[in-house]
Design a protein around this ligand. Structure first.
Ligand code: NAI
Length: 434
């Protein structure tokens, strides 16, 4: 084990600011608040020692306090070096949560922080549950502390890229515990990835650059859930948006939504802003950088920074790098300036504050339900990746209706029978795609 450090944050003095923001966020997170009410007495997470690795934002603070209200002990790190809101981390530290996160940490500090979360309290008890976003915590446990796996009852994973890593592990036979894929709950990926990015993508560009978005030519690489939200974000701002895709279905969807679909090489030279959303690597490479026009803005909203070849840029033009402000850097390539945001890491959390609370409440209600299910019923599951059942997906949505004044029709029994469902739901077969 490693020595006990109660927490490490940028400035504990930010705690009261963080607390005020957390209270505002709670009003926008009805899913989490109602789980606290529903399960507060029962304490379904009693005994659980959950290590979490997920952007340490105000919304995540509400998730952490929900898990604690349900009986868990929790430790926390952020899954990105730039995504922590220091006031949120401070508020958690002041509330007694062992949190190890600050905005602008180094890669070394990032790994150090994750490692701190594996051991609980002064008696250094090991974690017995994982809550991950992107798989870095999971990898740390399974690669560096494989002997810990046998006492871990399960893991829940937040994002597309992390889920992808889990299915790879299943294929290779290296997943030693059951996992729940939170990302592919409908109330997660079809809301957070899409409508979340619709709000936070332009927010990031505006906070970072203050550039006028209307009339600008924007290239969005990828038209999955994040790409759909991102393209809509810029369209809403009056930008002229072009999409790139490799999947003919998503390419056709983009066209049906009114976007031009072209190859990157065709459009990159005329772009004012290029943003990658693919979860894939090597989308923006040297030839693209060289073709860009002066003052083009380049950024990524996918989970990892390898969508943009930052290694090439830093190796060949690192000497021209000029920091305009934190997370906004100007490089000069053969006489032309390129503005790179958040060093190629996910821009909405690096240059802005991520998604709004309301949409994160949907994601985190799924997370909490997944943790309860795995903690209480781990033995019902094999070492595979599962999804939450549809009735819980519908429950998550249902918990968010009244905040928006939504009225729901109720099926009459004969109507339910006619479409082959029950009056209480689930209202769709599993193969339905939304
Ligand atoms: P997705 O799988 O729905 O979409 C990715 C799309 O990129 C697919 O349609 C795929 O065909 C396309 N693509 C793959 N290679 C490509 C290439 N070479 N050129 C053009 N298109 C290509 O995944 P999703 O859910 O949209 O997530 C994308 C990434 O964003 C993941 O890394 C995920 O973890 C991350 N994410 C980030 C969030 C944020 O707030 N920044 C929120 C949710 C997810």
């Amino acid at each position: 084990t490693i020595p006990y450090i109660p927490y490490k944050v940028k400035d504990i003095g930010l705690a009261s600011w963080g607390r005020k923001e957390i209270e505002l966020a709670e009003a926008e997170m009805p899913g989490l608040m109602s789980l606290c009410e529903e399960y507060g007495d029962e304490q379904p997470l009693k005994g659980a020692r959950i290590a979490g690795c997920l952007h340490m934002t105000i919304q995540t603070a509400v998730l952490i306090e929900t898990l604690i209200a349900l009986g868990a002990e929790v430790t926390w790190s952020s899954c990105n070096i730039f995504s922590t809101q220091d006031q949120a981390a401070a508020a958690m530290a002041e509330a007694g949560v062992p949190v190890y996160a600050w905005k602008g940490m180094s890669e070394e500090e990032f790994n150090w922080a994750i490692e701190q979360t594996l051991f609980f309290g002064e008696d250094r008890k090991p974690l017995n549950m994982i809550l991950d976003d992107g798989g870095d915590l999971t990898n740390m446990v399974l690669d560096k502390y494989p002997e810990m796996a046998k006492d871990i009852k399960g893991l829940s994973e937040e994002t597309t890229t992390g889920v992808h890593r889990l299915y790879e592990r299943v294929k290779k036979g290296t997943l030693p515990m059951p996992a729940i894929n939170v990302n592919d709950s409908v109330t997660k990926s079809k809301f957070d990835n899409k409508y979340g990015c619709r709000e936070s993508a332009v927010d990031a560009i505006r906070r970072a650059t203050d550039t006028m978005l209307a009339g600008k030519r924007v290239v969005v690489a990828g038209y999955g859930d994040v790409g759909k939200g991102t393209a809509a974000s810029f369209k809403g701002a009056g930008s002229i948006v072009t999409v790139t895709e490799i999947d003919p279905i998503c390419a056709l969807q983009a066209a049906m939504d009114g976007f031009e679909v072209k190859k990157m090489e065709t459009v990159v030279g005329n772009a004012d802003i290029v943003i990658t959303t693919t979860g894939n690597k090597d989308i923006i490479q040297s030839q693209h950088f060289k073709a860009m026009k002066d003052k083009a803005i380049v950024c990524n909203i996918g989970h990892f920074d390898n969508e943009i070849d930052m290694a090439w840029l830093n190796k060949n033009y690192g000497h021209t790098k000029d920091e305009i402000k934190p997370q906004v850097d100007k490089y000069t390539i053969e006489g032309k300036d390129v503005i790179v945001l958040a060093e190629g890491r996910l821009v909405n959390l690096g240059c802005a504050t991520g998604h709004p609370s309301f949409v994160m409440s949907n994601s985190f209600t799924n997370q909490t339900l997944a943790q309860i299910e795995l903690w209480k019923h781990s033995n019902k599951y094999e070492n595979k990746v599962y999804m939450l059942p549809k009735h819980l997906d519908e429950k998550v949505a249902a918990l968010h209706l009244s905040r928006l004044g939504i009225e729901l029709e109720t099926l009459r029994p004969e109507q339910a029978e006619y479409i082959g469902v029950t009056v209480e739901g689930p209202f769709k077969p599993d193969y339905y795609r939304y």
